[in-house]
Design a protein around this ligand. Structure first.
Ligand SMILES: NC(=O)c1ccc[n+]([C@@H]2O[C@H](COP(=O)([O-])OP(=O)(O)OC[C@H]3O[C@@H](n4cnc5c(N)ncnc54)[C@H](O)[C@@H]3O)[C@@H](O)[C@H]2O)c1
Length: 256
């Protein structure tokens, strides 16, 4: 079976900025929800709001797909679902292998949302011999010794790494050596890969830090609004901004 590189649409995606590509899944999620409710058309404003994106940006993004919508009618939901799915390469089946079937790997294997988006968990791999043959999400765990043959047999081009950080680089190299060209890395390791291999790193703690940043900003805004409100607002001691021990209901958030 061909690898992901061969599957990739050769020229279409090249003209699309990475930032637009990153927003396509957001549009697709919003459009899929509309499609499930049998909504036939959607305006750019409605869709932008559902996807959490600014509508001018959305129109610009869709222009890269050659989709301009119809004035007064909006965009055809089903056609846009098809267009975005095609652009993201989701109109075909992508066999995925997960390496490291501990807490996270097992949770991902059990997540039903991949299959409905075109990603089939084809194989599960772990280094622990006591795991070999065990069923996780109805799939038998295979030993990491057989990684290369598992990748070949299943025509895998996307690998998910959920091993401890110390094992991730070696697992990555073996996956790439076996023909995997896209890696989704959950391990806390910056992977070194040869040219032509795409790596996406997922780090929930970074997402939490970003939320902490916003929380901090909200708290500061709240405080300055109270300052402006004067005597009717809650009194804040001089220099007390952001400190603990002031108002009980003002969250004290550490800098991100
Ligand atoms: N990115 C995130 O947001 C996020 C969140 C949680 C955990 N993690 C990371 O995900 C990884 C897994 O976490 P977990 O809680 O599932 O750990 P875990 O210890 O439960 O599971 C790790 C699994 O990897 C296997 N393993 C170890 N070395 C291997 C190798 N060389 N090849 C194949 N399998 C191997 C182990 O046998 C074990 O089953 C860790 O690196 C953790 O830091 C990331």
């Amino acid at each position: 079976m061909a690898t992901g590189r061969n599957h990739r649409p050769a020229t279409r995606s090249r003209g699309i900025p990475e930032a637009t590509v990153a927003r396509l899944p957001l549009y697709l999620r919003a459009l899929t929800a509309l499609s499930e409710r049998s909504v036939p058309t959607v305006s750019s404003e409605e869709l932008a709001s559902a996807a959490g994106v600014n509508s001018a940006k959305l129109r610009k993004d869709f222009s890269y797909l050659g989709s301009y919508g119809t004035r007064g009618v909006g965009y055809d939901v089903e056609y846009l679902v098809y267009q975005i799915s095609r652009e993201l390469g989701l109109t075909q089946d992508w066999p995925v292998v997960i390496v490291g079937i501990g807490n996270l790997g097992a949770a991902l294997a059990n997540y039903g949302g991949f299959a409905s988006r075109g990603f089939r968990v084809a194989a599960l791999i772990d280094a622990d011999p006591s795991m070999t043959g065990k069923q996780v999400a109805g799939i038998p765990v295979q030993h990491v010794d057989d990684l290369e043959s598992i990748v070949h047999t299943n025509g895998v081009s996307i690998g998910v790494i959920t091993t401890p950080g110390g094992a991730a680089q070696q697992v990555c190299e073996r996956l790439v050596g076996a023909g995997v060209t896209s890696i989704l890395n959950f391990a806390p390791t910056v992977l070194q890969v040869p040219e032509g291999v795409d790596v996406r790193k997922v780090d929930l703690s970074i997402e939490l830090q970003i939320l902490a940043f916003h929380e901090q900003r909200k708290a500061a805004e709240d405080l300055s609004r109270r300052d402006e409100e004067g005597p009717r607002g809650v009194a804040v001691p001089e220099g007390g901004r952001g400190e603990q021990g002031g108002d009980g209901d003002i969250p004290a958030v550490m800098p991100a």
